[in-house]
Ligand binder design. Structure first.
Ligand code: NDP
Length: 276
């Protein structure tokens, strides 16, 4: 397994990130992130909207790792769509985390979560201009988007001539978003796979477990490896030590034949296109 992906601007990003959505701020989040760092993760994914940046930042600072050894991603909440809000809430994230720069800053979604599908193109362009400014000032080492389709990304690039480095999307076995992934690959945008275990819902699937058994690995490890072999960067979340550890152990390869088998797994209730 490669240790990191390289973004289009040359920044290295550790190839598995630790997800922190739904880990409550305070002891739970602090201890989980501490544990993740102790067990070898060097990439933490959080968001202002998760409400746990303070604990994430404290764990990173207390880990005694050098700042440049840990790759930190956070996100601008989806409802903020003006230039000034982007700058304001970026500074709030920086303060919550207690860091002086962010490695990757993402627009959390193209529309507010309460209005999924709303056309916020104008607002996204404004926000993107603020992101480019933060990038040019060195306050963020890379910038990107999340939950964006091609039609959401294009206007940003047309207006600023700045291609996102990353698109973080819902990506896992049975939900592989072929159109947007193709566009991202053609444009050298790294795809990050969020919910690589389908928020845990893939783990009981019979077909997946059957393939996992062949490799003598858990369904979770198979799901994570699948994302890596699809050239996407998985962000598994767990609060349990044994799982946090296992989710990094990728010392096996899924054969082409089994990858095809997994490509064909259909789980209707988990399938969701971007924006719907
Ligand atoms: P995942 O797909 O990572 O699944 C997490 C679930 O699987 C939890 O219930 C966890 O339980 C369980 N689990 C984890 N590892 C194992 C294991 N080895 N064996 C058995 N069960 C396991 O879920 P998320 O939806 O949280 O996605 C991961 C990350 O992606 C988020 O935390 C966040 O950082 C990011 N994300 C981004 C979004 C966006 O809009 N940009 C949206 C959603 C997610 P337990 O914790 O109890 O171990």
């Amino acid at each position: 397994m490669k240790d990191y992906f390289v973004l289009s601007n040359g920044v290295k990003i550790p190839s598995i990130g630790f997800g922190t959505w739904q880990i409550p701020d305070g002891t739970d989040c602090y201890l989980s992130v501490m544990l993740a760092l102790k067990l070898g993760y060097r990439h933490i994914d959080t968001a202002l909207a998760y409400g746990n940046e303070r604990s994430v930042g404290k764990a990173i600072r207390d880990s005694k790792l050098k700042r440049e050894e840990v790759f930190v991603t956070t996100k601008l909440p989806a409802q903020y769509k003006t230039y000034d809000e982007a700058i304001k809430y970026f500074n709030e994230s920086l303060e919550n985390l207690g860091l002086n720069y962010i490695d990757l800053y993402l627009i959390h979604a193209p529309w507010p979560w309460a209005e999924v599908g709303k056309d916020c193109t104008k607002g996204n362009v404004e926000v993107w201009k603020a992101f480019v400014k933060l990038y040019n000032e060195g306050k963020v080492k890379s910038i990107g988007v999340s939950n964006f389709r091609e039609t959401d990304i294009r206007p940003l690039v047309e207006e600023t001539n700045f291609m996102p480095h990353v698109n973080q999307i819902r990506f896992f076995i049975s939900n592989i978003q072929e159109d947007v992934v193709k566009y991202c690959k053609e444009n050298n945008i790294l795809v990050e796979a969020y919910s690589p275990l389908g928020t845990g819902k893939l783990l009981g699937n019979e077909e997946i477990n059957e393939v996992a058994k062949k490799y003598n690995v858990s369904a979770a490890r198979l799901c994570i490896k699948y994302c890596l072999q699809k050239d996407t960067l998985p962000l598994p979340k767990s609060t349990h030590e044994d799982r946090i550890k296992a989710n990094l152990e990728m010392d096996f390869d899924i054969s082409d034949e089994d990858m095809k088998k997994l490509d064909n797994v259909k789980i209707e209730e988990l399938y969701r296109e971007l924006r719907s």
